[in-house]
Write a protein that binds this ligand. Structure first.
Ligand SMILES: Cc1ncc(COP(=O)(O)O)c(C=O)c1O
Length: 403
């Protein structure tokens, strides 16, 4: 007989299960071959490959065989424009405000080397941000840039108000994440943009852990610059990242790191003179990786078709389920307790998490670790049964350690 606590838990779970949102999205499981082989719960690291992306890559190869270099003019330039347009639609921007880059680090370099902060040479960010964001401006300290880190009080959350003292009259830019990779905490980037603008600073958002799982409209949130990529929640693999630059700010961006794809008259080949393009493509540098573009573009179609709002509703419910069951076991959650602040990145404090990741992978369960933390990140196609599977596997692995 279960005791009272267990019964209550079971009741809660049963009630929650009845309210399970968007079960129709489970039909998409067919689209991702890996899901037939693995319990895939590492979507914040590398999203799964879809049949659509595989078909798109095949199509790219056929075009290459059929047209050779002629494909550039007749087809591939159009594919690039379509990809910029799709991403613009996803974040509520206009296509001419979008540039494609090969990684978020390169995307950030375009902005950091292109934005003259003048006398306001202080860049404000969070100690929880992904290192590559900080490195862009730490690498510019020799040029006089100063970086100020706002500290999270608990290494999970970062209340917006804690930024206020750092955003003073020296601050030219606030550059921080929408979602923290280290805790899954969702920052209120609209409130931060407002705070930055009130003090005369610009606002840049690293949305790599948010794009495709947490809705964001750059115009509504009044964001100046955004960087993100397709590797994670967009399921588009390596090689494609995006930059959004607010239309009015594009003329101010003059990257030192540049190339012929940024030139106004790219196909005039004027070696002796250089003028930036007028649109955000001035932030592109050289030939883009077309195989990656095809893979990413097909994956973006899936996200646009489903809609990020629906993805968020389902992943929030799955993450809530996971967090509740983790706490019932008495394990320590390193993610916000409040589901409205928590994305679908759930971190648990566990000893030697790398060993657990490899033991879980032997059982066909794919997750990830960060120092001292196990990271579980369900997406819209995951199920409660998969949550239960990883938790019971952890029960066994942890019990075996104690024994
Ligand atoms: C929030 C965030 N920003 C940036 C990056 C790095 O992106 P890239 O490897 O494309 O430079 C990552 C990678 O995990 C990330 O999680």
């Amino acid at each position: 007989m279960p005791d009272d606590t267990t019964s209550a838990t079971e009741l809660n779970s049963a009630a929650a299960r009845q309210n399970e949102p968007h079960t129709d999205l489970l039909a998409w499981r067919e689209e991702f071959p890996i899901l037939a082989q693995k319990t895939y719960l590492n979507n914040c690291s590398l999203g799964p490959l879809s049949r659509r992306s595989m078909a798109a890559l095949d199509r790219f190869q056929e075009l290459w065989n059929e047209h050779g270099a002629q494909a550039w003019y007749q087809i591939w330039m159009g594919e690039l424009a379509a990809l910029r347009e799709k991403f613009a639609r996803l974040i509520g921007a206009r296509p001419h405000e979008i540039a494609i880059a090969p990684s978020v680090s390169v995307a950030l370099g375009e902005i950091s080397s292109g934005l003259d902060l003048g006398a306001r040479d202080k860049v404000v960010m969070a100690d929880m941000d992904f290192p590559t964001l900080a490195y862009q401006w730490l690498a510019q300290e020799r040029l006089g840039v100063r970086v100020a880190f706002v500290e999270s009080p608990d290494q999970i959350t970062l209340p917006t108000e804690l930024f206020r003292p750092a955003i003073d009259s020296d601050a030219g830019l606030v550059a921080t994440s929408h979602v923290f990779y280290l805790s899954g905490y969702i920052q209120d980037v609209a409130a931060l943009a407002k705070m930055a603008h009130e003090q005369g600073a610009l606002m840049l958002v690293d949305d790599y852990q948010g794009t495709g799982q947490i809705p964001l409209d750059v115009k509504a949130a009044d964001i100046d610059f955004l960087v993100t990529g397709t590797l994670k929640w967009l399921m588009g693999g390596q090689g494609v990242a995006f930059i959004y630059a607010r239309e009015e700010l594009i003329p101010r961006l003059r990257p030192a790191h540049t190339g012929w794809w940024a030139a106004r008259d790219q196909f005039q080949f004027r070696t002796r003179e250089f003028a930036y393009r007028d649109d955000a493509q001035r932030l592109e540098a050289g030939t883009p990786p077309m195989p990656s573009v095809y893979i990413a573009s097909a994956a973006l179609d899936i996200v646009l078709e489903i809609g990020v709002e629906r993805i968020r509703e389902r992943t929030r419910w799955l993450a809530d389920d996971l967090a509740r069951k983790v706490m019932e076991r008495g394990w320590t959650l390193r993610s916000p307790l409040d589901g409205s602040q928590r994305s679908s990145i759930v971190l648990l404090e566990l000893e030697r998490p790398e060993e657990l990741v490899s033991a879980l992978s032997q059982r066909g369960i794919i997750v990830d670790s960060r120092p001292g933390l196990l990271r579980i990140s369900p997406s819209f196609f995951n199920t409660v049964a998969e949550n239960d599977l990883i938790l019971s596997a952890l029960d066994e692995l942890i019990a075996a350690r104690a024994g």
